[in-house]
Design a protein around this ligand. Structure first.
Ligand code: NAP
Length: 284
């Protein structure tokens, strides 16, 4: 039976550290500031944005929330970003994705000053991650690495399998595991004989967006199973990409959904904003 990795508890520990550092920074005359921009009415995105603003307040950050109407033009959005890039109160800018289809996401991300790109989606930051020489890490994969670290799970030398190759999770996750000296295989929808690959993993990270897809017979006895998925099961209940019950019996460690990777994502956003503010302090 597996040990459950409690993401809520680990997130609370990391956030307590961020709060302490923030207090020290404020005393030294600098309050970390995050601007969150949302365009349109997507209800899931609105929940994420509310949670981000609330998390900022809890650790003592300054925050600004821009809820723009669906019909906002690209020019208007780019002008707002340009203004936030120049604003000394703002150290991190987050544009909630997805954007409405008339807005070019790539163009918008590239407009953010890379030093304020706390999602780490700008090509400059993506490139730095590739080189292993970065300020910011993308929040979800960085959160997974923190969960492993806080659970005392050594990555070096382990066979790691990442299922999913998205730009925001799978690809950077594989890179971070490799940088931690894991031996990494990346699987995706065109992978042949997926179960054979997942069953060879000491550490398995799953980010595919398919409810309960990875079952106990697809994992190795004693594997560490990290479930990034946020899906709905047949009853509409929140669940992950991993079938928790069957994998729980076989794994050594497993993350639940909810309460595993999810709470770490916002925590790493706070961490990135703190890093951005601290680097401004150094520039002074
Ligand atoms: P995505 O952009 O849709 O990418 C899904 C990936 O899974 C793709 O690379 C796809 O392969 C692969 N895939 C799909 N079906 C597969 C299959 N049957 N076998 C093997 N691979 C398969 O998704 P994402 O943005 O990375 O998100 C993945 C999941 O994580 C979602 O449930 C999302 O809600 C969740 N998520 C959670 C957090 C969090 O904070 N907890 C953050 C981000 C995302 P191809 O490339 O070949 O199409």
């Amino acid at each position: 039976m597996a040990e459950i990795i409690n993401g809520k508890e680990i997130a609370a520990q990391v956030r307590a550290g961020i709060k302490e550092e923030t207090e020290r920074l404020i005393q030294a005359g600098l309050q970390p500031g995050l601007a969150v921009v949302i365009v349109g009415e997507d209800s899931a995105s609105q929940v994420y944005v509310r949670n981000k603003i609330k998390a900022c307040a809890e650790v003592g950050f300054y925050s600004e929330n821009y809820a723009l109407p669906e019909q906002t033009t690209e020019k208007e959005l780019l002008e707002l970003i340009a203004r936030l890039n120049q604003d000394p109160k703002i150290h991190g800018i987050l544009v909630q994705l997805p954007l409405p289809s008339h807005l070019d996401e790539n163009k918008v991300i590239l407009a953010i000053d890379p030093k304020k790109d706390v999602d780490a989606f700008h090509t400059e930051n993506v490139g730095k991650i590739m080189l292993g020489n970065y300020e910011f890490l993308p929040c979800t994969p960085a959160g997974v690495m923190k969960l492993l670290e806080y659970s005392g799970i050594e990555v070096a030398g382990k066979d790691c399998v990442v299922v999913g190759r998205s730009n925001i999770v799978g690809k950077p996750q594989a890179m971070l595991l490799m940088q931690a000296n894991g031996t990494v295989q990346i699987c995706h929808s065109r992978t042949r004989d997926l179960a054979k690959k997942t069953a060879a993993a000491d550490i398995l990270v799953v980010a595919i967006g398919k409810a309960k897809f990875i079952t106990g017979d697809m994992i190795k006895e004693g594997a560490v199973v990290i479930d990034v998925g946020m899906d709905r099961d047949e009853n509409g209940k929140l669940c992950g990409d991993v079938d928790f019950d069957s994998c729980f019996e076989k794994a050594s460690y497993i993350t639940p959904v909810p309460g595993g990777v999810g709470p770490m994502t916002i925590t790493m956003l706070l961490q990135n904003t703190l890093i951005a503010a601290k680097s401004k302090m150094k520039d002074k």
